[in-house]
Write a protein that binds this ligand. Structure first.
Ligand code: 3PG
Length: 395
């Protein structure tokens, strides 16, 4: 059910789970993407006259009141993004919340305290869910990025109150369904990042789902090593070479073509524009060199792969993109994907903090069909797992 299924909510209390786990520096919010994602839902409910109580976690305080993890810190940023005054309530249950609800007028918005200050949140304690629900009339989950957690406010509340997906949750699920649920084929996936170990389940699942798997970043080195390539002193998980070979064999059996770089950018040190920088064939990496990016020929070939695909799912950069010139392959492929999306020949979906940073760096994030605000939840979705926060809305 979505907000379209809500009847008259004027004067009713909406308990709205959003993700306010925002990047902060020196007490200030440095990126309001997640507030902007939740804004349509919050403002729609407010305009319909609901009293909007926002529920969210911040950090991992493990059931303790940690002062520098209070959600009071994000109130100003939420007010700025919404362009509306927001009340802060330093509790999530009981009389304090009840009194706040009494003070709020129809359409007003409040943020309740960090839900993870209560032990019952992460334990998905039904008593906590019931106590929170006691002050609300219905529940809206607009936090896809926290939907991989089966917590009281991401899952438990959906069992005790009429539950609806918010606009951002809805958009996210529709985009993801388009990308891996019923995608237009051929489908390509880009999986990059430092370590195979952190994305093992993603790789295992994707080789059975997509036509082309492009592996980049440090994890490509582990696959190259598994194929007998000497990767010098590159980041490489040598203990995972058997696993990498198993994944390659599964891909082969499933008709998925795995793309690894055949030319690479190497250097003796990890520094911006180092003197030892060079590009070489993947078989020519010296013992004292490390691979830091896919080479220009590989990047061009990968672009050609995308030109023959209709759907792209992207998580993780192809190289050490945070340092020049090791951003080149990621930027080149991102630009190709953006241009193909603009032409209407590709549906492109990307997610994960590093990925969004890399696409922003390439200046093309806004040109992708959909960018997910989620990190861990996006990865679990790519693993083919059911997300508890989503499943709870479906029953
Ligand atoms: C995130 O930032 O990815 C979500 O808010 C989930 O946070 P968590 O990993 O602490 O559960």
């Amino acid at each position: 059910k979505t907000l379209d299924d809500l009847g008259d909510v004027n004067g009713k209390v909406a308990l709205v789970r959003v993700d306010l786990n925002l990047p902060m520096q020196d007490g200030a919010v440095t990126d309001d993407t997640r507030i902007r994602a939740a804004a349509p839902t919050i403002l729609e409910l407010s305009e319909k006259g609901a009293k909007v109580l926002l529920l969210a976690h911040f950090g991992r305080p493990k059931g303790e009141r940690v002062p520098n993890q209070s959600l009071s810190m994000v109130v100003g940023a939420v007010e700025t993004t919404l362009g509306k005054e927001v009340m802060f309530v330093p509790e999530v249950t009981g009389d304090v919340v009840k009194q706040a609800v009494g003070i709020l007028r129809a359409g007003d918005i409040a943020i309740l305290e960090n839900t993870r200050f209560w032990k019952g949140e992460e334990k998905n304690d039904p008593e906590l869910a019931a106590a929170i629900a006691a002050n609300g009339d219905f529940y809206v989950n607009d936090a896809f990025s926290a939907a991989h957690r089966a917590h009281a406010t991401t899952e438990g509340l959906a069992k005790v109150l009429p539950a609806y997906a918010g606009r951002s949750m809805q958009a996210e699920l529709e985009a993801l369904e388009k990308a891996l649920g019923t995608p237009e084929k051929p489908v390509a996936a880009v999986v990059g990042g430092a370590k195979v170990s952190s994305k093992l389940d993603v790789l295992k699942h994707l080789v059975t789902q997509v036509d082309h798997l492009i592996i980049g970043g440090g994890m490509a080195n582990t696959f190259l090593a598994a194929k007998g390539v000497d990767v010098g002193k590159s980041l490489c998980e040598h203990d995972l070479t058997d696993t990498a070979n198993e994944i390659l064999a599964t891909a082969d059996g499933a008709g998925c073509t795995v793309h690894l770089p055949y030319d690479v950018v190497v250097s003796k040190e990890f520094a911006a524009n180092p003197p030892s920088l060079r590009t070489c064939n993947v078989h020519e990496v010296a013992a004292d060199e490390m691979i830091l990016d896919a080479g220009p020929n590989a990047a061009e070939t990968l672009g050609d792969v995308l030109k023959n695909c209709r759907t792209l799912v992207w998580n993780g950069p192809l190289g050490a993109f945070e340092m020049e010139p090791f951003d080149a392959a990621t930027v080149a492929l991102a630009k190709t994907a953006a241009a193909l999306t603009a032409d209407g020949s590709l549906v492109s979906v990307a997610g994960g903090g590093d990925t969004v940073a890399a696409l922003n760096h390439a200046g093309v994030a806004q040109d992708f069909s959909y960018i997910s605000t989620a990190g861990g939840a996006f990865l679990e979705w790519m693993e083919g797992k059911e997300l508890p926060g989503v499943a709870a809305l479906e029953v």
